[in-house]
Design a protein around this ligand. Sequence first.
Ligand SMILES: *Cc1c(COP(=O)(O)O)cnc(C)c1O
Length: 362
Amino acid sequence: MPRPLRALINCSALQHNLAVIHKHVHKTRIMAVVKANAYGHGLLRTAQALNSVDGFAVLELEAAIQLREAGFNQSILLLEGFFSTDEIDVINQYRLSTVIHCQDQLSMLLAHKETGKPDIYLKINTGMNRLGFRPEEGISAQNQLKQWRPDANITLMTHFASADDSLETSQVNQQLGSFALLQANQENGTCQTMANSAAILRYPGTHADWVRPGILLYGASPIADKTGVEPGLQPAMTLSSQVIAVQHLAPSDRLGYGGVFVADRPMRIGVVAAGYADGYPRHAPTGTPVLVNSQRTRLVGRVSMDMLTIDLSGMGEAGVGSPVTLWGEGLPVEEVARSAQTISYELLTALSPRVQTVSAAL
Ligand SMILES: *Cc1c(COP(=O)(O)O)cnc(C)c1O
């Protein structure tokens, strides 16, 4: 039998979550964000499950080509655009859409003999201060693009810094105000896209022409201290393993690296095949929830590279071969993330390539 650690991907949960998003955004077009191997869920499998969306967004040219070659005919957007001139030919060849976020990219494009009809997402920095043209530079970039290719399709794009933060609404409003400077300058029909998952849930006024959900599709909440359960999402990934050994500790026996965990009574410990080299967070402390035989117990001691240890005291029959859920169905990834002082996004996207992902109906 192979090592029992698996990421089970529930494709009907992906579809269910897409339907939840549709309810929030009505007829707005959906650009499914499938960067980082679809947040760890597998690019092609996820795209297949979400085939009814209007577009996909990725980072790497290779991922975009993979989608196109697999037969996906929707818009495929490169979220950071291109990095060299030769990539522009590939973008044309595969009919990809590209972000233009800086002067270097704009110059490379304007100097290029385009063949296809360019589909450009002009990224505007409205206050996140990461990528994009300032609004006034954006207007000039847009004018240059229009002169270069009057038939180019240009979508104005921005990204919110704090749409997930329920205590901080002023920054979203400030960013919206800044984006409005550009909107005022538009002919009718210029498309716009602003909303990530958090804005889809919390700011209906930002839905515009395209929304760009990532985390919602995978069934986790973008909002701190909330889980996907409340907006009616289903976890698409269940990280599942088994107990591969059992140890009996006497009071004052120490457990694992550093001996940081010390038994204060007789304890039964399950050793689980999952460690930080698989993407389970090393910083998860004693007490982090884990399911064994669908019952809640806790992580104890330090997470090591390939294994972690859980408390089986009082867990009845649980022993070697018992199924363990690290997160997913029955245990929201947000809870594990919170315990490890991180966010669900990091846990999902850090899933190691050595973990087999398998499609599974749960
Ligand atoms: C990753 C990303 C998204 C998706 O963010 P979620 O919070 O997962 O919805 C949307 N837009 C851009 C530009 C991104 O980079």
